[in-house]
Ligand binder design. Structure first.
Ligand code: NAD
Ligand code: ZN
Length: 351
């Protein structure tokens, strides 16, 4: 089969590799129908994620059809169309039992990290993929959900919802600010609306992204490069600050912004993956009763989001900015990595 193989920093190629085989009785093999590229794949290609070794097939999102099942698999069958989750969960370890699938202790990768596709084992940017712990990790595709919509449920929708909106404890009437409205920030913008906020303020350096955010339901857009960005945000509240500030970039500057705009008693939910530490000025913050959260997506709300997508209560088709043939994945990487010019959000690869 063909797959997108990582060959060390800044090196990748779409090349011939052996077909994946069932290795454990709980595995299935899936023929990929649709996959996509994540900002995290670009981090990997920069060499920022050293756990990814040369020869690894990238990708942790996708929808496909089961072509083979392991001997212990009884609730899935050849021919089932499934959504692959970015987090693989054994369903049996102590973390899985408490719903913290992001820290699954299963043997695959043996790392205590549930994100293993395209990280510790071969991923989904391929014609076929081996799926471990299949019964407790995949979701059968309901009628009325497209493969592209299903692919958005692999990672970005649960990430924005769980680590942004739920950890941020968004509730009716809240003013919510989302710093960084790339695909993950936009997933927070969309899913925040399930809880009835009074305003959702999108903040970004890219004016085009702010315009896109309004089509996803953001009520306001503020350019973070404006010298008075903070005054603009405070003017959209009662003057005291936002109830919930969601960070979806992953740099110290944007984390600082969330602390500057959150009101006393408010929530800061960090979603961004940070490459270096940030400053936490506890000497001034301690008195503000702020809740600060962070985490790796658990995908514990994927089934709920899938139901809402199937019912068209969550409209997500706008996330797809470009579609390519799976064989043109290198061109898709190029388009995705130049998002400011190409206006790319999610680039979908269809087999
Ligand atoms: P992205 O790069 O596509 O989007 C980031 C956005 O931030 C862009 O729109 C960019 O213009 C904006 N931005 C950059 N600098 C800014 C600044 N100074 N002020 C305001 N906006 C700024 O990334 P994405 O795919 O949407 O992912 C967002 C973050 O979420 C990344 O750090 C990613 O690694 C992380 N992530 C976390 C998890 C998790 O489980 N916690 C899962 C997936 C992704
Ligand atoms: Zn587990």
């Amino acid at each position: 089969m063909k797959a997108l193989v990582y060959h060390g920093p800044n090196k990748k190629s779409w090349e011939e590799v052996p077909d994946p085989q069932i290795q454990q009785p709980t595995d299935v093999i899936v023929k990929i129908e649709t996959t996509t590229i994540c900002g995290t794949d670009l981090h990997i290609l920069k060499g920022d994620v050293p756990a990814v070794t040369e020869g690894r097939i990238l990708g942790h999102e996708g929808v496909g059809t089961i072509t083979e099942v392991g001997s212990a698999v009884s609730t899935l069958a050849v021919g089932d169309r499934v959504i692959l989750s970015c987090v693989s969960a054994c369903g049996r370890c102590s973390y899985c039992k408490q719903g913290l699938f992001s820290h699954c202790l299963g043997d695959e990768g043996a790392s205590g990290i549930g994100w293993i596709f395209g990280h510790l084992i071969d991923g989904t940017q391929a014609e076929f993929v081996r799926v471990p712990y299949a019964e407790t990790s995949v979701y059968k595709m309901p009628d009325g959900v497209t493969a592209q919509e299903g692919t958005l449920l692999s990672d970005i929708l649960p990430t924005g919802h769980e680590i942004g909106v739920q950890y941020g404890a968004v509730k009716a009437g809240d003013v919510v600010a989302v710093v960084g409205v790339g695909p993950v920030g936009l997933a927070a913008v969309v899913t925040a609306q399930l809880y009835g906020p009074s305003r959702v303020i999108a903040i970004d350096v890219d004016a085009n992204r702010l315009e896109q955010a309004k089509t996803f339901g953001a009520t306001d857009g503020v350019l973070s490069t404006d010298a008075d960005w903070k005054d603009q945000v405070l003017a959209l509240t009662d003057g005291l600050g936002v109830d919930v500030a969601i960070e979806a970039v992953g740099i110290p500057q944007t984390f600082d912004m969330t602390l500057e705009m959150v009101r006393p008693g408010g929530h800061v939910a960090n979603v961004g993956v940070h490459g270096k530490g940030v400053n936490l000025p506890l000497d001034t913050l301690w008195i503000s009763n702020i809740t600060l959260t962070m985490g790796l997506v658990n995908t514990n709300t994927t089934a709920i989001l899938l139901k809402l997508v199937a019912q068209k209560k969550l409209k997500v088709d706008k996330f797809v900015s470009h579609t390519f043939d799976l064989h043109d994945i290198e061109e898709a990487y190029d388009t995705f990595s130049r998002a400011a010019e190409t206006k790319a959000l999610k680039v979908m690869l269809n087999a």
